[in-house]
Design a protein around this ligand. Structure first.
Ligand code: SF4
Length: 87
């Protein structure tokens, strides 16, 4: 099912544990040793940076993977917003 949702990654909270990478391959290690979101360049997402956090809007069928990554993060650096939570 295709769903629109936002993934917010607070890089100031990220501790580089990389539990998220194993759950959702859109999370990748950046050159600074912290996680970053790589949604691909297929135009299916929009990425912006707000207050040190990466906020990416996806419209695809991978909401569950994003939610699993958020749950796996030991420092709660990942937040997934759906439905009315979206702007
Ligand atoms: S699981 Fe959390 S702390 Fe670990 S790399 Fe991912 S966002 Fe950062």
């Amino acid at each position: 099912m295709t769903t629109e949702y936002q993934v917010r990654l607070d890089r100031s909270a990220c501790d580089g544990v990389f539990a998220c990478l194993a759950r959702d391959d859109r999370f990748v290690e950046a050159s600074d040793g912290l996680a970053t979101i790589d949604g691909g360049d297929d135009g299916s997402h929009q990425k912006r940076t707000m207050d040190g956090a990466e906020v990416v809007t996806f419209t695809d069928g991978q909401l569950t993977a994003a939610e699993q990554a958020a749950r796996a993060c030991p420092v709660d650096a990942i937040e997934v917003l759906t439905g009315e939570d979206n702007e």
